[in-house]
Design a protein around this ligand. Structure first.
Ligand code: HEC
Ligand code: HEC
Length: 346
């Protein structure tokens, strides 16, 4: 009898009732308030006005850095003992009261030797994805090996620098207070790198505009920004540093080097690092922050004014002969990118 009832299929009405009960259970589970995941308390970080823009403002507060390292790094940045003949410090070529540059086509190193490439600014360099025009240094610390050992810049080496600093009582006291291992190449680089990360220049008029102050820039400057976006300058110069996050060829649309002739190793860009022909004349796109203060322009220091370099960009990067009025509006926009260092206008 029992076996027989199991073999018989369930009547249709039983199936319908069982199905309805199951569906009701699923719905009840799904929509019972406690079973829902809690609504996130802070679903998103506060969105800044204008954050839909392809450029974002620099943080108003300097990143959280060890103040003792920043102070020691500042002293080392200004220290001529980092050079072989005690004449040249980092600050000679990266003058903080001159936009972080030396305003020369090529820099002057020890014994009056002249370099082969224009000095970029150190301001906001902590936001660049790589260091040097050709990106050969991955970090700020690695970058420092360059000038110290470069025969035409500081012409020294770490053992020489360390032995000079060890004889200087101001350093033999200051280092152990911050670094238990005392004066080493690693610690010198760490201190200078930390100082460099503090070289942030927030609160430019354009950043204030991005933060929502519509009166921070003039209608002409705003028109320049719109042209900067419309022409496509923004495709290369964007992000928090308005550059510094991509490699691009100089001469995407029209050859820049043919007319120039006499190509140096510095003109080769990333090719000098990778030896890949695709990288010939490819450079890190420079940051345009504080660009009004960092003339002359381009890796070869060949453009003396912003008007000249914007014209070159139009021709060689966009394949366009920009009208003079557009150039002057774009230049007006570029001049709004000058920020403040330690609360004072640069
Ligand atoms: C003789 C002049 C000179 C001295 C001294 C010098 N620099 Fe430079 N600096 C340059 C030049 C020129 C470049 C570009 C070199 C290149 O890209 O090949 C540069 C590049 C840099 C960069 C890369 C910035 C970027 O956007 O790629 C940083 C950072 C920097 N220097 C920091 C320093 C520090 C720190 C010191 C001291 C340890 C120093 N420099 C000493 C001239 C100098
Ligand atoms: C395809 C990418 C690209 C586009 C588009 C582009 N640039 Fe550039 N820009 C670069 C590169 C790369 C450099 C550095 C070239 C060099 O020095 O070798 C540069 C350099 C500059 C410099 C000089 C910065 C300095 O410190 O020397 C300025 C100013 C500039 N660009 C503005 C503009 C403007 C304005 C536009 C639009 C009209 C524009 N760029 C379009 C890639 C681009």
């Amino acid at each position: 009898m029992i076996m027989g009832s199991m073999e018989r299929p369930l009547p249709l009405w039983t199936k319908i009732v069982l199905g309805a009960v199951l569906i009701t259970c699923i719905y009840a589970w799904e929509f019972w308030p406690e079973n829902k995941p809690p609504a996130p308390r802070s679903p998103r970080l506060p969105v800044l006005t204008g954050s839909a823009e392809p450029i974002s403002p620099l943080p108003l507060a300097v990143p959280d850095l060890d103040r003792r390292k920043v102070a020691l790094g500042r002293k080392l940045f200004n220290e001529p003992k980092l050079s072989h003949d005690n004449t040249i410090s980092c600050a000679n070529c990266h003058q903080l009261d001159h936009g972080g540059v030396d305003s020369m086509k090529y820099s002057l190193g020890i014994h009056g030797q002249i370099g082969n490439i224009n000095a970029p600014t150190v301001y906001n360099c902590g936001f660049n994805f790589r260091q040097f025009w050709n990106g050969r240094a991955a970090t700020l610390e690695e970058q420092i090996d360059g000038p110290v050992n470069n025969p035409v810049e500081m012409g020294s080496n770490w053992s020489e620098v360390i032995s000079k600093l060890r004889k200087d009582p101001s350093y033999s006291a200051a280092f152990p207070a911050v670094y238990p291992e005392g004066i080493t190449a690693e610690n010198i680089k760490d201190a200078i790198g930390t100082f460099e990360r503090s070289l942030v220049t927030p609160n430019s008029r354009f950043d204030r505009f991005l933060r929502g102050d519509a009166t921070a820039i003039t209608p002409e400057e705003l028109a320049g920004y719109k042209l900067f976006k419309r022409y496509g300058c923004i495709s290369c110069h964007q992000g928090i540093n308005i550059g510094g996050n991509l490699y691009e060829k100089l001469g995407v649309m029209r050859d820049y080097f043919k007319a120039k002739g006499n190509i140096t190793e510095a003109d080769m860009g990333r090719y000098a690092v990778t030896k890949d022909i695709e990288d010939m004349h490819v450079f890190k796109v420079p940051s345009l922050r504080n660009v009004a203060l960092t003339a002359p322009y381009l890796h070869d220091g060949s453009a003396a004014t912003l008007e000249q370099v914007v014209k070159i960009m139009g021709e060689h990067q966009l394949g366009l002969d920009l009208p003079a009025e557009d150039i002057s509006e774009i230049v007006a926009f570029l001049k709004t990118l000058t920020g403040e260092y330690e609360g004072k206008p640069l």
